[in-house]
Write a protein that binds this ligand. Structure first.
Ligand SMILES: *[C@@H]1O[C@H](CO)[C@@H](O)[C@H](O)[C@H]1NC(C)=O
Length: 357
C-alpha cells in the first residue's frame, strides 16, 4: 500500500524554486539552423568515432568503465530510435547480451520496501535499517551497492530504479511497477531535493548521514527527471508534471554546473577519465525524455532545445577536433579521448530530436 504525498506538502516544498521557463539571454548561441540530415550525420560520426574502442569480448569501451560503456550503448540505441534507422541495432543487442552473460547478478540491489522501513531490516543487508530519516520514510530508497554492509542509498540508483520501473509500468500496465516507481520517486522527493530544486547525492541507510550539500551532480537531477517524465504519463498525476517541470527549470539554469553562458563545465577532464566526466550526458538524456513527453508545454520544450543547442554549438565550435570532442565543452579541442567522446554523444543524439526540421 503506498501513501501518496499530500499535494499541500508538494506545493509548499516547491515554492522555494518556482519555475521560470524563459531562455536566459546570456546563454551563448542557443539556437541552430542545421537541418535534420546534417544533425543525423553529426551524431552518427560522433558514434562512429568511439566505436573502434569497443571490445566485443566484454562489451566495454577502452578507456571508460562499465556504466559509462552502458551509456554509449544507450546513445547508440537512442540514435536509431530518433533517426528511424537500425544502424547500430546488432551491435547494441550483441553488446547487451555479452554484458548480461558476464554479469548475471547485475540486478541484486536492495530496495527498501515499506515493510522493511517499518521493521528496520532489509533482506540483502546485515545492519539495522533507518526506517525514517529527517522525519521522512526511507521506503523507496535503493542501496547503491549490493555488499551486505554497505549503507549508502543514493539518488542515482534510486532515480534509475524510478526510471526503469516507470518504463516497465508503461510497457506492461502492471501496477506493481507503477507503485515501485512512485515509492522510489517519493523517496527522492521527500529527502533529496535541496531548496534550489537540485537533487542531492546520498543518505546513509543506517545512520541517516547525508552527503555534503556541495555534492551536486547533473546526473542525479537528470536521471530523476527522466523517471518523473515517464511517471507523470503512467500515473496521469499532474503533481509529478509540476515537480518535473520545476526541477527541470531549476537544473537547466543552475549556476552549480554552468556559467552565465549556459555551457556545462562539470566533468571537464582533458587528461584522465573519472566518473564525473559522463554525468552531464545523463542529464542531457533525461532532458530529452522530458522534452519528448512535454508536447503540452512548448515553453519547456523551447528551453530544453535551447539548452541543448548551447551545448551542441559549444562542442562543435569550441571543443571539436574533427569528429572527436573534448570532455571540456567550453574547449579547447584536444586529441580523442574515449571519455570525452562518450560525454558528447547524448548532446549529438538529442539534437536530432529537439530541433526542427
Ligand atoms: C587533434 O587530434 C589529433 C589526433 O587525432 C592530434 O594529433 C591533434 O593534436 C589534435 N588537435 C588539437 C588541436 O588538439
Amino acid at each position: 500500500m503506498f501513501r501518496f504525498v499530500p499535494f499541500v506538502f508538494l506545493s509548499h516544498s516547491l515554492a522555494a524554486f518556482a519555475q521560470d521557463l524563459g531562455v536566459p539571454l546570456t546563454w551563448r548561441e542557443f539556437s541552430n539552423s542545421r537541418l535534420l540530415a546534417e544533425r543525423i550525420s553529426i551524431a552518427e560520426d560522433a558514434i562512429n568515432t568511439i566505436l573502434p574502442q569497443l571490445d566485443t569480448s566484454d562489451a566495454q569501451f577502452n578507456g571508460i568503465g562499465y556504466w559509462q560503456s552502458g551509456n554509449v550503448f544507450s546513445a547508440m540505441a537512442n540514435f536509431d530510435h530518433l533517426a528511424g534507422t537500425t544502424v547500430y541495432e546488432t551491435q547494441v543487442v550483441d553488446g547487451l547480451s555479452t554484458a548480461f552473460d558476464l554479469y548475471s547478478n547485475f540486478d541484486q540491489y536492495g530496495v527498501i520496501t515499506t515493510a522493511d522501513a517499518s521493521s528496520g531490516t532489509q533482506p540483502n543487508k546485515d545492519f539495522a535499517i533507518a526506517g525514517t530519516c529527517f522525519g521522512e520514510s526511507m521506503a523507496g530508497g535503493v542501496f547503491w551497492r549490493p555488499t551486505v554492509d554497505d549503507t549508502g542509498i543514493n539518488s542515482i540508483t534510486t532515480g534509475l530504479f524510478t526510471t526503469l520501473s516507470a518504463f516497465l509500468a508503461e510497457t506492461t500496465g502492471d501496477a506493481t511497477y507503477t507503485n515501485a516507481a512512485i515509492l522510489s520517486a517519493q523517496w527522492i522527493q521527500n529527502l533529496q531535493i535541496n531548496t534550489d530544486g537540485i537533487v542531492l547525492d546520498t543518505v546513509d541507510g543506517a545512520d541517516c548521514t547525508r552527503s555534503p550539500a556541495s555534492w551536486l551532480f547533473t546526473y542525479n537531477t537528470g536521471k530523476y527527471l527522466e523517471g518523473l517524465s515517464v511517471l507523470k504519463d503512467v500515473t496521469g498525476n499532474s503533481a509529478w508534471t509540476t515537480l518535473m517541470t520545476d526541477i527541470a527549470a531549476a537544473a537547466i539554469k543552475s549556476s552549480v554546473w554552468e556559467g552565465s553562458n549556459g555551457i556545462i563545465t562539470e566533468g571537464a577532464s582533458p587528461t584522465a577519465n573519472n566518473d564525473g566526466v559522463g554525468f552531464k550526458a545523463i542529464f542531457i538524456r533525461g532532458l530529452d525524455e522530458v522534452s519528448v513527453r512535454s508536447s503540452d508545454n512548448s515553453a519547456l520544450q523551447i528551453l530544453i532545445h535551447s539548452y541543448n543547442d548551447v551545448q551542441y554549438n559549444a562542442l562543435l565550435e569550441l571543443a571539436a577536433n574533427g569528429t572527436s570532442y573534448s570532455s571540456s565543452w567550453p574547449g579547447p579541442p584536444q586529441a580523442f579521448t574515449t571519455w570525452g567522446q562518450l560525454a558528447a554523444l547524448d548532446v549529438m543524439v538529442t539534437a536530432i530530436n529537439t530541433n526542427s526540421p
